[in-house]
Design a binder for this molecule. Structure first.
Ligand code: ZN
Length: 387
């Protein structure tokens, strides 16, 4: 790979012919048409928050360096921005009057309303640009490892760059587009930010059963995303059919795995709804996120719900009471050891050798209160717990 350092290109040079697509949220071209600002593997413009974009302009006005920018020179002589897209798009948008900065009197200043000496400071700012030429594979490998100034790329953004091509383009149009009307619905079940590729990442995880990289590599040059799209829609439809209410604890569950495991079973949405609401309002259920799989799996596996346990004070109190009575009667302080005919019939267990048990289990309506607590030796507690 060959690299060349340029230090005399200015903001003015790069802004020559700057085009920004407001609808797609990306800077497209600059440097008199020679520069592609958002090549297909780059992420969307995320600096347009009135802070990061303004900070770029203030840095230029203070004559601070903007940091290294990387361009790739392609075989047809065009340059693509490898790193620096956010900064270039910020000053390009400012110079073309797309946003304002506040002056000391809190007056918004668009570029054309700035005093001309300040306009000149911005336009004459010199940039530090590395131009790289080489094979696509080596440039992408290097891109994967460079330490990027500003907001580092997340894992999915890196994969999008490594497996760039028609498949990623189509997939981003569907899953990374905040104007997609479905995004609101998806948000009920999926965590993260559509612009930072969270929804695309989730869709890929679901269809690939977690092997996103292999899936992207295999489909990289395909011109359709049918499988990805239909699988994703099947999962979403299934969730919203089985669970007719939406609760915030549904966000970010492993819905792909739950769909694969349970979508062959039939459920009554109304009964499920009642069960969900009962469990959500049950004070002894401490893991609301486990409620959905608990129901899907047949309402047996209470470990998913993480039922409230007895606190130390309660356990100590019950232990002392049981032990006192046991010593008086010369029997074991484990009630189950005491009734059997075994070596431990009269054994007094230490506190650390015992565990707290619900006399009436949670699933039969037993509460996590002192009057429903008994201390058992570990062996008996585990035997009972497995019943
Ligand atoms: Zn026992």
């Amino acid at each position: 790979m060959k690299t060349t350092l340029l230090t005399d290109l200015t903001v003015r040079d790069i802004c020559d012919g700057f085009v920004y697509n407001e609808f797609e949220g990306k800077g497209l071209f600059g440097w008199g048409g020679k520069l592609v600002i958002q090549p297909e593997y780059q992420r969307n413009y995320i600096y347009a928050d009135g802070k990061k974009d303004v900070a770029v302009i203030n840095s230029l006005l203070m004559k601070y360096p903007l940091g290294l920018i990387y361009f790739v020179k392609t075989k047809d002589g065009v340059y693509e921005v490898l790193d620096g897209q956010q900064r270039i798009t910020s000053f390009g948008r400012y110079v073309t009057n797309k946003f304002a900065i506040m002056d000391n009197n809190d007056i918004p200043n668009y570029f054309t309303s700035l005093p001309s000496n300040l306009q000149e400071i911005i336009l004459n700012s010199k940039l530090t640009i590395y131009i790289c030429e080489g094979e696509e594979s080596e440039i992408k490998e290097w891109y994967k490892t460079i330490n990027i100034a500003g907001v580092p790329l997340n894992n999915q953004e890196l994969l999008n760059s490594i497996y760039s091509g028609p498949f990623v383009n189509l997939a981003r149009e569907e899953f990374s587009n905040s104007r997609n009307a479905n995004v609101q619905k998806w948000r009920a079940y999926i965590n993260g930010d559509v612009n930072r590729q969270s929804f695309l990442e989730t869709a890929l995880q679901w269809v690939s059963k977690g092997d996103v990289e292999k899936y992207m590599s295999r489909h990289r040059y395909e011109n359709n995303i049918d499988e990805l799209k239909y699988y994703f829609y099947s999962v979403i439809d299934w969730i919203s059919t089985v669970f007719i209410d939406v609760d915030k604890s549904m966000r970010g569950l492993e819905w792909g795995r739950l769909y694969d495991t349970y979508h062959g079973n039939s459920y009554s949405p109304n009964e499920v709804s009642k069960q969900v609401n009962d469990l959500l309002s049950d004070p002894f259920v401490t893991n609301n996120k486990g409620i959905f799989e608990y129901i899907l799996a047949g309402s047996n596996d209470t470990t998913l719900l993480n039922i409230r346990v007895f606190n130390e004070a309660s356990k100590q109190k019950i232990y002392n009471e049981q032990t006192k009575i046991a010593k008086e009667k010369n029997i074991s302080n484990c009630p189950l050891c005491a009734v059997g005919n075994n070596n431990n019939k009269a054994r007094i267990w230490k506190y650390a050798e015992m565990e707290a048990d619900h006399v009436t289990s949670w699933s039969k309506g037993g509460a996590t209160t002192d009057d429903n607590c008994e201390m058992l030796c570990k062996t008996h507690n585990r035997v009972k717990g497995n019943k």
